[in-house]
Design a protein around this ligand. Structure first.
Ligand SMILES: [Zn+2]
Length: 152
């Protein structure tokens, strides 16, 4: 019995070493899972519709396209990648959530986005303007949560 348990523990250790190794290889590519603080989700529950990751290759590739080292955040389908060290600013996250909605609205969105960027540049891209309008509008909406200290 004891021997079996030890073998099980060894297997467990082996697995965690393997997942650690996989993490070391994979994290630079896809980042690490990022759980938003509950307070933030309390104020903006719609953010729960997206998945969040910290780091990874996508923010860097987005940066290269714009001639920068990285972008603060980038969205690929339902996943929002936030660059390392970037604050979880609601304005930024809601802008990216606007992009999640664009991905959901049309399967052709990625191609249309690239086409817009080629024609008008990042600044003139109507999908960027649309995502920003969404974020600004959402920030103006009444909050569903207020910190308790505000009521005192
Ligand atoms: Zn954007």
């Amino acid at each position: 019995m004891e021997r079996i348990e030890r073998a099980g523990e060894r297997r467990e250790r082996g697995r965690s070493a393997l997942s650690g190794l996989l993490g070391a290889v994979v994290a630079p590519l896809v980042g690490e899972r990022l759980d938003l603080p509950p307070q933030l989700l309390g104020v903006f529950p719609d953010l729960a519709a997206a998945r969040f990751r910290r780091g990874g290759l996508p923010p860097r590739v987005g940066g290269w396209v714009l001639g920068q080292r990285t972008v603060a955040a980038i969205t690929l389908w339902r996943t929002i990648f936030v660059a390392p060290g970037v604050r979880l600013d609601p304005a930024l996250l809601l802008h990216e959530l606007g992009h999640v909605r664009q991905f959901e609205a049309s399967a052709a969105f990625p191609l249309r986005y690239v086409w817009e960027s080629l024609r008008r540049g990042y600044g003139g891209n109507r999908y960027e303007a649309d995502a920003e309008r969404y974020a600004v509008g959402r920030l103006r909406e009444p909050r569903s949560y207020r910190p308790p200290s505000q009521d005192v």
